[in-house]
Design a protein around this ligand. Sequence first.
Ligand SMILES: Nc1ncnc2c1ncn2[C@@H]1O[C@H](COP(=O)(O)OP(=O)(O)OP(=O)(O)O)[C@@H](O)[C@H]1O
Ligand SMILES: CC(C)(CO)[C@@H](O)C(=O)[O-]
Ligand code: BAL
Length: 592
Amino acid sequence: MGVVGAGRVGAVLASALRAAGHTVVGASAVSHDSRDRVDALLPGVPVLEVPDVVERAELILLTVPDDALAGLVQGIADTGGWQPGQIVVHTAGRYGTDVLAPAQRAGAIPVALHPAMTFTGTSIDLARLVGCPFAVTAPGPVLPIGQALVVEIGGEPVALPEAARPLYHAALAHGANHLVTLVTQAMRVLGRAGVDEPGLYLGPLLTAALDGTLRDGELALTGPVLRGDAGTVAEHVATLVALAAEDAGLSDLPPAYRTLSRVTTQRAWSAGRLTDSAAQLLLDAVAETPALEATSHPAAGDDAAAEPAPSPVLVRTRADLREVLDQQRGTRAVVMTMGALHEGHLDLVREARRRADHVVVTIFVNPLQFAPGEDLDAYPRDLEADLAMLASVGADVVFAPGPDMMYPDGDPRVRVDPGPLASVLEGATRPTHFGGVLTVVLKLLHLTRPHVALFGQKDAQQLALVRAMVRDLDVDVEVVGVPIRREPDGLAMSSRNAYLGDADRSAALALSAALEAGRAAAGAGAEQVLAAAREHLAAEPGVRLDYLELVDPETMEPVSAGASGPCLLVVAAWVGSTRLIDNTILDLWKDE
Ligand SMILES: Nc1ncnc2c1ncn2[C@@H]1O[C@H](COP(=O)(O)OP(=O)(O)OP(=O)(O)O)[C@@H](O)[C@H]1O
Ligand SMILES: CC(C)(CO)[C@@H](O)C(=O)[O-]
Ligand code: BAL
């Protein structure tokens, strides 16, 4: 055999194959380190030019950097180097054997191996090969050749299809390489906390966490996120931000901590291990400034890396919807919208994707929930743009009926009575609104028959009413609330933001700023929260307040002056002629 590229992996594997009885006829080694490795691990093996190695060997090990592999294989093919019957093995994790096609066309036998192991490039690695899992990818008839090579050096072959290689490799890099970054950061911070031997100190804890995770997956999670200790998490962030300001070498620490806390929160929440309000508080605690959470969700760009998703199926009639749904197997989630979609809506769809096999999005501007004189006709509509956005997040079906489809006989005579919860806050200003909302929500639940229905926390009272309806009328669906998505400056995303001119857009910031001021006063009690928020709103002449209240998140009833625990600070206001709403969860005792 011969080895092209005596890097860490190449030299170690060649040495192991040699020990198993193969004769190594030559190794190509360009750098000093590679030549030293050949001396140390392959003593007596001549260092040759690549064409000479390829010419002399029956089994060629290509262990060059991933990005150089395709060019190398093609280059050897261009000079007629490959020989029929030669076994060509590479060890690039992300590739299967397609990358070896030029060699295969010349009659060579392609094999892709990848050891799930890190290498130092010294003889220490030889012992690590024993029992080490190796991914083996090769055309069916030659798969046994790859498996036999692995067995010869003491490894455990695991057959992996060509198409799975990129995902496989990404998983290993994410788990093993990013773990190194994470643990390095933890050791540095522990050192700054005065712990002398951070590695020794962390060892037992990290080993227990790793063992637990390998055994039980996410159930192994412990710590402040799982306990919903948002105050502790906020303090961690503040402390790490202060440390990063002193130590430029740790400037990457706060974003890493924030991102991992956010992802940990979202995963625990998706798994039902955190309540909506605990998750929202945690997301707020790790949000970038403004402290009202602006980036708690993957950005739109996060979806860009994925394969372009197929467009959702668009259906406009009951009959077509039934036909499409009848073909679906497995679980279904529904996201109901009025269109003019933005990232807040897409968050609902992303969460729906995580929770069900199929995702149906409804787009319907429901006349029944608009009172005469409201913005029914002006409400923005752009179905084409909506479909493109929904394709990017993997919605399967879009149901976009017209009013005649939903209400063929005009306004329905039988409607859902939303009860007393619908006459306060939004309901005080829009008395017929929630009757219209719940009627259409119930109709859409019947039409789409979902297991899960997702609604935004931005419309907190609507969410509470949908939950109440589902409970009181025994509708067989799980209702999930999704945190508020904000613009980077704090403004809650809303289709109605499109109405705002420049001056109004800037005045509208007073809403989220007031909520933030209220949150900052949470430690001082309910009255102070309201006073702080009200002061902020009063200072903005472009805003006409409708209501500002501190309420129980479930009943929407105002909390008493001495209340404690999670509360909802809700606001509605006209900015010019646009009516906006916003809210935030705060913890009356915990926030400072
Ligand atoms: N910023 C947001 N973050 C999270 N969810 C949101 C956000 N905005 C809207 N949603 C949710 O999306 C769903 C559809 O809402 P809708 O189509 O009314 O959008 P909207 O932007 O709230 O429009 P408008 O503010 O004009 O009523 C609702 O469940 C709503 O709560
Ligand atoms: C739930 C809903 C789609 C019903 O029309 C609407 O009220 C909304 O968009 O929040
Ligand atoms: N997002 C609630 C729908 C409405 O205001 O009509």
